[in-house]
Design a protein around this ligand. Structure first.
Ligand SMILES: *[C@@H]1O[C@H](CO)[C@@H](O)[C@H](O)[C@H]1NC(C)=O
Ligand SMILES: *[C@@H]1O[C@H](CO)[C@@H](O)[C@H](O)[C@H]1NC(C)=O
Ligand SMILES: *[C@@H]1O[C@H](CO)[C@@H](O)[C@H](O)[C@H]1NC(C)=O
Length: 465
């Protein structure tokens, strides 16, 4: 026995290659099927395989890839291959470079003191894992930083490119202060309205980062995506946008500017203030000019008319909240016109530093049109005082450079991390995200803005609190 093969019936000679081919084919199909399956389970910061947040629905996302295969390839390639091996090596060299640099630090702006107030609800209890478990119900994603690497667990899609640009901002913070950002575990919601009501959550405040808060909420404000650019409205990263607006504002001094109050935006965002504002659209009667922004029309015309640097031709610029806070505040204040701020309900991280009659002129919502008219008449009768307040607003925005924005993020994250009762670890469902993987997922326009806002290791330490 043993060598009985001779007696075995021989397979017909054509059968073997056939079986092999068939096996290969089915394996390929299986692999392709599995790969496809895998890709349809991989969530990305662009919004692949994610549903919109249930608390704020928006139309399903469309993706830039032309074919399904292209999408599968991009998702897998960017999500699993783009970060490998990069981070640790380059961080080490960058760290050395920045540590050897001259280390003179300055005091942080006054408004940084709000960090302590925002985190006060956890000052005695600290932040536990169960805090985060509960906050997850309100979060669109979770960001975990461990050893200078960033992991993201995505729960829901965010409207437009908010998630991409927000996470990019965090990655740039890691580049700017290599080795200095502590390990941290953060729940983040990217939609507009604060959700952790102080009354309802009084017994157990939940820590949730978002772009704004109110006095009646525990939500922790964090710089919004537009500081790194906003592709959908053609806005550049903040430093560049500020420079352009300031430059534009210098083309026309106060005397030559229109002695009227100007507002241009989208009034159809469910904002009572903006709806009411439409009633003040009368140049002589209320001293105001209120214009409707049509983004789809602007996009077709190349955004020439919506260029913010061309919108500083009025002595007064009105700020009206949208569905919640509005990113337009920083651009409005940058003009050096007198900013007329209609009593805001929402606060973003920097707006709390603004002082009435120093940086802006407060407008009452209950008496809107007459209140605007009063400010315009006052300013036209007191040009030097009005110019000084306008300049006060512009100077405030000048002091909020990207360096300061990173410093705010740094201190907020650092103070928050001190409250954590546990050591953050990478969640099993989270994927690593790095600058490369994000650039890999970005479309052409997004990539342009992201590349412009790449941060470099800071030669100086952050400002001190
Ligand atoms: C917070 O919750 C309380 C109680 O449900 C409610 O009366 C109040 O209007 C809520 N506040 C906000 C700002 O939504
Ligand atoms: C503003 O510009 C006008 C015309 O260019 C000039 O006559 C005027 O002196 C300027 N005013 C100030 C305050 O600079
Ligand atoms: C405001 O009035 C101007 C001039 O009358 C008009 O062109 C503009 O369309 C009005 N704005 C809105 C939002 O209706």
């Amino acid at each position: 026995m043993g060598l009985g093969t001779r007696n075995m019936p021989r397979s017909p000679s054509y059968l073997l290659p056939c079986v092999a081919a068939l096996a290969f084919l089915s394996l390929t199909v299986l692999v392709l099927h599995k790969v496809d399956d895998f890709a349809t389970q991989t969530k990305t910061v662009v919004g692949h395989n994610l549903q919109p947040t249930p608390w704020h629905l928006f139309p399903p996302k469309t993706f830039s890839e032309e074919t399904r295969q292209a999408r599968v390839y991009k998702i897998l390639h960017c999500s699993y291959l783009a970060c490998s091996g990069y981070t640790t090596k380059s961080y080490a060299t960058e760290r050395r470079r920045s540590a050897s640099a001259d280390a003179a630090s300055q005091k942080c702006p006054e408004f940084f003191k709000w960090i302590r107030r925002d985190l006060e609800p956890w000052s005695r209890t600290g932040i536990s894992k169960s805090h985060l478990r509960e906050a997850r119900e309100f979060a669109a994603f979770r960001v975990v930083i461990v050893g200078g690497r960033l992991f993201v667990d995505l729960y829901y899609a965010c409207v437009q490119s908010r998630a991409m640009f927000t996470i990019w901002g965090l990655l740039q913070l890691l580049r700017r202060y290599p080795g200095m950002v502590p390990d941290v575990d953060i729940m983040f919601d990217c939609m507009d309205k604060p959700s952790i009501n102080r009354t309802e959550h009084g017994s157990m405040p939940l820590p949730l980062f978002r772009y704004c808060t109110t006095k009646a909420h525990f939500d922790i404000p964090f710089p919004d995506w537009s500081f790194w650019g906003w592709p959908e409205t053609n806005l550049n990263p903040w430093d560049e946008e500020f420079r352009d607006i300031k430059h534009g504002s210098q083309k026309m001094n106060w005397t030559r500017r229109w002695p009227r109050a100007f507002w241009k935006g989208n009034p159809d965002v469910g904002s009572p203030v903006r709806t009411e504002l439409l009633n003040c659209n009368h140049s002589r009667k209320w001293g105001a000019q209120i214009l409707r922004q049509d983004w789809s029309k602007e996009a077709k015309e190349g955004y020439e008319k919506s260029k913010l640097s061309n919108q500083c031709n009025y002595r007064y610029k009105i700020y009206a909240e949208g569905y919640a806070w509005s990113v337009s505040l920083k651009y409005i204040l940058s003009c050096g016109s007198l900013a007329l701020i209609i009593s805001p309900q929402y606060e973003d991280f920097f707006s709390r530093g603004l002082i009435p009659k120093k940086n802006y002129w407060p407008i009452s919502f209950s008496d809107l049109c007459p209140s605007i008219k009063y400010a315009v008449d006052w300013g036209n009768a007191h040009p030097s005082e009005a110019t000084a307040i306008g300049k006060g607003g512009q100077d405030f925005m000048a002091s909020l450079s990207m360096n300061r924005v990173y410093d705010y993020m740094f201190h907020l994250i650092k103070e928050y991390s001190k409250l954590q009762h546990f050591k953050p670890v990478r969640p099993s469902s989270a994927l690593e995200v790095c600058s490369e993987s994000l650039l890999c997922l970005a479309d052409e326009k997004q990539r342009q803005l992201l590349e412009k806002s790449i941060a470099h290791p800071s030669p100086t330490p952050p400002c001190f609190l």
